[in-house]
Design a protein around this ligand. Structure first.
Ligand SMILES: [Zn+2]
Length: 208
């Protein structure tokens, strides 16, 4: 994974999707210097992997000279990051993802990544970066995380929707693990929300 310094058609599509009124900037990464004045600016950092270009809510530091500098340690070592300022952003906002591939199966990969984002707030992040879920939500997360990893490998091998499914069933992906995947994801989103809403109700303490 890297940050796209070159604005290709797919990157431009993501910038348009973000819909910020500000121009993007390519900002240098210098961890740990946001100490002497200046202020934090909210917006999106943009990441590029083999199949997906994605915008992540974040903040960068504007020093007293007005230069923007990425100070939050990025996931990968890069010297510069594409940053889109956006003062309307909520730092808890979901990532925005677009495909950079002409393989339509990447839409399934994006749906799975978006679902993982949806599930994360139902868990508690532990110190080692792992996330602790209740059993029900954890099982849903693990199920889709495995599908994500399987599909990523499948795509990396250049497989298309009609190729034999990664599970070894000998059926085409479209008739096997790919069958109704977006619908199944939507169903599980509703089920997880319902389950966790019910848990919250149980926690309500009534003062008498
Ligand atoms: Zn399968």
């Amino acid at each position: 994974m890297t940050s796209p310094i070159e604005i290709t058609a797919a990157v431009q599509m993501l910038i348009d999707r973000v819909g910020s009124e500000y121009e993007y900037e390519i900002v240098p990464v210098q961890p740990g210097i946001a100490t002497n004045g200046g202020r934090m600016i909210s917006g999106w950092t943009v990441w590029l992997s083999e199949f997906i270009c994605e915008a992540e809510p974040t903040e960068v530091w504007e020093n007293e000279e007005g230069d923007l500098i990425a100070v939050n340690t990025p996931h990968v070592s890069v010297e510069k990051i594409l940053f889109i300022p956006d003062d309307t952003i909520n730092l808890e906002a979901k990532h925005i993802r677009v495909s950079v591939s002409n393989n339509p199966l990447v839409d399934h990969l994006i749906a799975l990544a978006d679902l993982k984002d949806f599930l994360l707030p139902y868990g508690t992040e532990l110190e080692d970066g792992k996330v602790n879920f209740n059993t029900y939500t954890g099982n849903v997360y693990n199920h889709y995380d495995a599908l994500f990893n399987n599909l990523l490998l499948f795509l990396s091998e250049g497989k298309k929707i009609g190729a034999k499914c990664y599970c070894g069933s000998m059926k085409p992906y479209s008739q096997c693990h790919g069958k109704n995947l977006p619908a199944a994801i939507e169903e599980d989103k509703k089920a997880v929300k319902k389950f966790n809403d019910a848990l919250k109700e149980e926690e309500v303490v009534v003062q008498e």
